[in-house]
Write a protein that binds this ligand. Structure first.
Ligand code: 8Y7
Length: 280
């Protein structure tokens, strides 16, 4: 898949590192301290094998409050510019706002990651104009209330139908299939059963003929099974990531890049022998 001037071969799975942009940007030493912290985080992740760095200025965790356009721009643009100057990775902008999309791409981002699948006003047009790949994620409801009582007729089918419609809207806006990535949106308006039904049927997303991205790192769908706090969910997160990769997920969005890259290497090593076993 082509990301501006950078090509990433998705025939083997790639890791996307999550960059935490502190909400209180100016309270803890100012923008330079923040850029410094971001730099060391990004450096670690790129050295550990991240092909993508996902930069987000809006918290989409359950219960999180809305962020203004201005706030979001102030948080992400200087950091994207700085990362773009210094690192060889694809910068992904995690946003739903049209203006943030276009400003971020102008600053060096080359992937738009939208948890609202380009449904906000102007987003579809902004993404089409930006001419970079887009990730369309499924979410039921809005972050503030999405976990209250999520409901589906058939979660796997409902998510696939939603993504089909969003892909269609992309086509109509001039975004081509080779620039579309889909994501079932683990934890976004889904209870535990919904999340595991989606994980168990992840391979069905292949029928959409787009690339597949998944994010389940440290999420409650891991925590609720292993019964551990957010910082104790590494083994569970890696296990789930591998199960997703084995079903065709090509981009894995994680906090723990190094450990996930190692785990994927083991899976790929085994798979080289699976492919050969009938030939011997
Ligand atoms: C996802 C995501 C988050 C995800 C995509 C968290 C921004 C919540 N999760 N984007 N963003 N997919 N595409 O716990 O699963 O990381 S934020």
């Amino acid at each position: 898949m082509q990301f501006k001037d950078k090509f990433i071969d998705l025939s083997s799975p790639k890791v996307m590192g999550i960059l935490n942009v502190t909400p209180d940007s100016f309270s803890d030493g100012g923008i330079f301290v923040q850029i410094d912290q971001a730099f060391s985080q990004v450096q670690q992740m790129v050295e550990a094998g991240a092909s993508f760095i996902d930069v987000g200025g809006e918290s989409t965790r359950p219960g999180a409050k809305a962020v203004s356009e201005q706030q979001e721009l102030e948080r992400v643009i200087p950091i994207i510019e700085a990362i773009h100057q210094r690192f060889d990775c694809v910068i992904s902008i995690d946003t739903s706002k049209a203006l943030v999309m276009s400003e971020a791409v102008a600053a060096g981002a080359s992937l738009i990651n939208d948890v609202r699948a380009l449904q906000e006003e102007g987003a579809l047009i902004a993404a089409a104009k930006a001419q970079v790949p887009v990730c369309l994620m499924h979410m039921q409801g809005q972050p503030r209330t999405m976990q209250t009582a999520p409901e589906y007729h058939d979660v796997v089918n409902d998510v696939i139908e939603f993504l089909k419609k969003r892909i269609d809207s992309c086509f109509q806006a001039g975004i081509e299939a080779h620039n579309i990535i889909v994501d079932p949106g683990f934890g976004f308006g889904k209870n535990l059963a919904h999340n595991y039904q989606l994980l168990a049927n992840l391979d069905k997303l292949k029928q959409l003929n787009t690339a597949i991205l998944i994010g389940l790192s440290r999420k409650s769908m891991i925590g609720n099974v292993v019964n551990r706090a957010v910082n104790e969910r590494l083994a569970g997160s890696i296990s789930a990531a591998l199960l997703a990769v084995q079903q065709g997920a090509q981009i894995i969005r994680v906090h723990d890049v190094k450990e996930t890259v190692d785990a994927i290497k083991i899976l790929l090593m085994m798979n080289t022998y699976k492919e050969n076993r009938d030939e011997r």
